[in-house]
Design a protein around this ligand. Structure first.
Ligand SMILES: NC(=O)c1ccc[n+]([C@@H]2O[C@H](COP(=O)([O-])OP(=O)(O)OC[C@H]3O[C@@H](n4cnc5c(N)ncnc54)[C@H](O)[C@@H]3O)[C@@H](O)[C@H]2O)c1
Length: 342
């Protein structure tokens, strides 16, 4: 069996730098042989990690003959065209979430990778977080009995830049999409209906862009369970990421990760450390784990564990949540999917 895979990375912004550094230093059986970003100065980051083939042209990496797999970390609107180009050149693909903001485009990408017989894995990194993995395993092993209620708390420490908000697709498609994927994954059941309430309570500039910054989404699952996700773009105490599953046989939950576990008490009360600041810190290990799984799946000739179908279903739930909030009514996922396939 082949024992290393040569990787090309496009996009060397926040998440691209994380993946490049992880592959160069911590991921087993992989090396970065090419990297591109339209911003020339960012290529130095790749050079510093020993990457020899660098370019301001992403196509150079996506079609490079030495590259066996690509990691796509460019802005969301480029994900589908870059996936298609890489697939046409026989490269396996790891693509950051979301694959696209439109289900039609996700289907185009899905068909391209199927035609080319290459793997496409999506960066739903939270599936590879040790805490969430443990909750998922306990639920799947039946340790909470029949799951009845899922609760996900997902609050950012600060809203993104307004420029990012404009092109992100909004809270449901950009931020809560991770939570919608976790809901399907942890419950091992499809979401069939959502009902969302949302507000602009954090920053009126977000509202001026037609987006919201605070949301509650209730979920109905095919297995009969119900769930609730609460999202906020600003939690003053840091990145709040918790999950709980309650069922006929018990309950399992995870707390936030903190830099340390000290507790301090005085005559005024108690004090704990705040949660790890944001996703780059909180999910540092999950980013390494997900690329390790991508690489090992490719080397073993196995299917990757998070694919275009998962991207499609999470996007469909996000679209249903957005529609539910805008029309103030419950929306079935089937309503979203049948409108596409009609
Ligand atoms: N899984 C996660 O936790 C996670 C976290 C952050 C971002 N993301 C996703 O990753 C993607 C990138 O987000 P980011 O926060 O790193 O953005 P970013 O703006 O920090 O980085 C994007 C980079 O892509 C470059 N770029 C822009 N257009 C390009 C093109 N056509 N070809 C090549 N390079 C191009 C930019 O110069 C920039 O360096 C988004 O789709 C986002 O949703 C995922």
């Amino acid at each position: 069996m082949k024992n290393t895979i040569k990787i090309g990375i496009v996009g060397l912004g926040r998440i691209g730098q994380i993946h490049l550094a992880n592959i160069a230093t911590r991921v087993k059986n992989a090396e970065v042989v090419a990297a591109a970003d339209i911003t020339e100065s960012l290529l130095d980051f790749a050079r510093r990690h020993g990457v020899e083939n660098v370019s301001t042209n992403p196509e150079y990496v996506l079609t490079h003959p030495d590259v066996e797999a690509v990691v796509i970390c460019t802005p969301t609107p480029t994900h589908v065209p870059y996936t298609i180009l890489a697939a046409q050149h026989g490269k396996h693909i790891f693509c950051e979430k979301p694959l696209d903001l439109s289900i039609e485009q996700i289907l185009v990408a899905k068909e391209a990778v199927e035609m080319a017989n290459v793997q496409l894995m999506l960066g739903f990194n939270r599936r590879f977080d040790a805490n969430f993995l443990k909750v998922k395993e306990m639920v799947h092993e039946g340790l909470v009995g029949d799951p009845h209620i899922l609760k996900i708390t997902s609050r950012d420490p600060n809203p993104p830049q307004i420029e990012y908000v404009k092109s992100s697709g909004g809270l449901f498609l950009d931020m809560a999409i991770h939570d919608f994927d976790m809901a399907r994954y942890v419950m091992n059941s499809e979401v069939t209906e959502v009902y969302a309430k949302a507000k602009v309570l954090v920053d009126p500039r977000i509202g001026a862009e037609g987006d919201i910054d605070t949301a509650i989404t209730t979920l109905t699952f095919a297995n009969g369970a119900i769930g609730v996700i609460d999202n906020s773009r600003k939690a003053v105490y840091g990145y709040d990421q918790r999950i709980e599953v309650f069922g006929s046989g018990g309950m399992t939950q995870t707390k936030n990760n903190t830099p340390d576990t000290h507790e301090y008490y005085n005559d005024k009360g108690g004090h704990l450390s705040l949660p790890l600041n944001f996703f780059l810190e909180r999910y540092a290990e999950a980013y390494v784990n997900e690329i390790n799984v991508f690489v090992s799946s490719i080397l073993a000739g196995e299917n990757v564990p998070v694919n275009a179908h998962d991207g499609l279903m999470a996007t469909a739930i996000a679209m249903a949540a957005k529609q539910s909030y805008m029309e103030d009514r419950p929306v079935k996922i089937e309503e979203i999917l049948s409108a596409i396939t009609a």
